[in-house]
Design a binder for this molecule. Structure first.
Ligand code: DX5
Ligand code: ZN
Length: 213
């Protein structure tokens, strides 16, 4: 699956962006929320997301790069989101947060920073619906892919099989046709792509080519 990240979209004309996104082969729309504390950047918050949710005819994949993400389960639910991603590094009581997200009726996603080993998920992977591996340090679009992520996808695929987890593997950061192919071959299910899609001459066709990998 492909989830274009809206972070690289033209924010001066979002309804035009959703015109093509809604007609594209994008499976989900990836929405990056940053608080300037967990990551060194601020993006947009719930007043903006509310409008984005109305424009989108695609399921929403919300990636919270914020401290204490458990405070916002209700807000994400009210957007009608399909997936709520919280960072492993931001949750002291991750097991509780995962179950609160599931009880709210959303897919529970746990996100790992590039420096967090896959092994950290051993005792939670069977409970989650999705694992989002960051292939750049979160905070900005358009960064360079960290190659070690391919190995992490393979490790995670093995862990998922061993634990009989049903988690999907999603990867976020620096995805293009080349890195996307490596990730796909390693066992990734969902690829997030921001700059590569929105910076392309033909975003819709770029999205289609990524999905066809
Ligand atoms: C980074 C965000 C990503 C970002 C990816 O902090 O989580 O979703 O938009 O952008 P690209 O594909 O440009 O690396
Ligand atoms: Zn993201």
């Amino acid at each position: 699956m492909i989830a274009p990240s809206l972070l690289s979209a033209d924010f001066s004309n979002l309804s035009r962006e959703f015109d093509w996104l809604n007609q594209s082969c994008a499976d989900w729309i990836h929405l990056d929320v940053m608080d300037g504390v967990f990551v060194p950047n601020i993006s947009f918050g719930f007043p903006v997301l509310k409008h984005l949710a109305r424009l989108s005819q695609k399921p929403l994949d919300v990636h919270l790069m914020i401290v204490q993400p458990e405070k916002f389960i209700r807000e994400v639910k009210d957007l009608g989101a399909l997936v709520m991603n919280v960072h492993y590094e931001a949750c002291t009581h991750l097991h509780r947060v995962v179950y609160q997200i599931k009880e709210a009726g959303m897919m529970a996603g746990v996100t790992l920073n590039p420096s967090t080993p896959v092994a950290a998920l051993q005792d939670i992977v069977a409970d989650v619906d999705l694992v989002l591996l960051m292939s750049v340090n979160p905070g900005f679009g358009g960064q360079k892919f960290i190659p070690h992520t391919v190995e992490k996808v393979k490790q995670l695929r093995r862990m998922i099989e061993e634990t009989e987890s049903r988690a999907l593997i999603e990867v976020d950061g620096g995805v293009n046709l080349e890195t996307g192919k490596l990730l796909r071959d390693a066992g990734a299910d969902v690829l997030v792509a921001g700059n590569y899609v929105f910076g392309a001459d033909n975003p819709m066709e770029t999205c289609r080519r990524l999905r066809a990998l």
